[in-house]
Design a protein around this ligand. Structure first.
Ligand SMILES: Nc1ncnc2c1ncn2[C@@H]1O[C@H](COP(=O)(O)OP(=O)(O)OP(=O)(O)O)[C@@H](O)[C@H]1O
Length: 255
């Protein structure tokens, strides 16, 4: 969110930021001292050439891997190195580059188990409540695949599986959602559906952080674009500003 202070200067409101975040694999500095401030209440995109460290950065923020150094702060709390379920519980939901669903389970059960993937205590709770089933069905309506409720997840198209994964993310009522390549491998009509859903949810107050290679989608959806190269941001701003930044062209084309 961007607020205008009394002086007329704009300040960024952020609930999620990193400072000096670093992850090294062998000799590769996949994330290299990244200082990133996401804009709260906005659709933020993280773009950059292949191998620039976007997914590793996401994994460090969401607890899938432990950074070697640096900090991740969410709502004024240091969440660096916390377990994924603790970070999800704090309010950050995420999807994966390669969709994570249970292929032989029904669509409805996939949404229901999503809410159970938040630590051992919830796994031991009663299998499902009526309220959870109602909520899962409402979310399937919302993402547009309620007619497939009883189908096995493996019978869905890849785009439908991405919508299913998003329904699962929404079961946790996150206020911030991180999507890793939501349009990757998805047909154009479902890309449109995913884009509309992101805009609807954002209008209701959800902050988004999206890693995406589909530039049409990024530039049409995002309020704030952060460009990664070699493990750290090299440029950021509105889509217009980023597209005309020579450093971005250089990173992509290597010129
Ligand atoms: N588990 C790992 N072990 C070793 N090296 C890794 C590992 N994960 C990532 N890397 C390396 O870290 C660098 C950053 O990779 P990462 O997948 O984070 O980039 P990316 O920007 O998400 O790429 P893409 O756009 O292709 O998905 C690459 O050089 C990659 O080979």
């Amino acid at each position: 969110m961007t607020a205008t202070a009394a002086s007329g200067a704009t300040t960024t409101v952020s609930n999620l930021s990193t400072r000096g975040l670093t992850k090294v694999f062998g000799g590769v500095r996949a994330v290299d001292g990244a200082d990133v401030t996401f804009h709260e209440g906005k659709i933020n995109a993280l773009i950059g050439p292949n191998g620039s460290g976007k997914t590793t950065f996401f994994n460090c923020v969401t607890g899938m891997i432990k950074p070697d150094s640096g900090t991740v702060t969410f709502k004024d709390r240091d969440i660096t190195g916390k377990a994924p379920h603790a970070i999800a519980h704090a309010g950050i939901g995420r999807s994966f580059q390669l969709c994570r669903i249970f292929p032989r389970m029904s669509v409805l059960d996939n949404v229901l188990v999503a809410v159970r993937r938040t630590g051992i205590r919830s796994l031991l709770a009663p299998a499902r409540t009526e309220a959870e089933v109602t909520k899962a069905r409402q979310l399937l309506v919302r993402v547009g695949i309620d007619h497939l409720e009883n189908a096995e997840a493996r019978d869905l198209s890849y785009g439908q599986q991405k919508l299913l994964e998003l329904a699962g993310v929404l079961m946790g009522d996150p206020d911030t959602i991180m999507l890793d390549e939501p349009a990757g491998g998805v047909n154009p009509s479902l890309i449109g559906r995913i884009g509309s859903l992101v805009q609807e949810l954002n209008a209701e107050g959800t902050t988004f952080l999206i890693v995406e290679h589909n530039m049409d989608l990024v530039m049409s959806l995002s309020h704030h674009v952060i460009v990664f190269d070699r493990g750290r941001p090299i440029a950021e701003g509105t889509p217009d500003i980023v597209q005309s930044d020579p450093r971005v062209l250089e990173a992509y084309l290597g010129v």
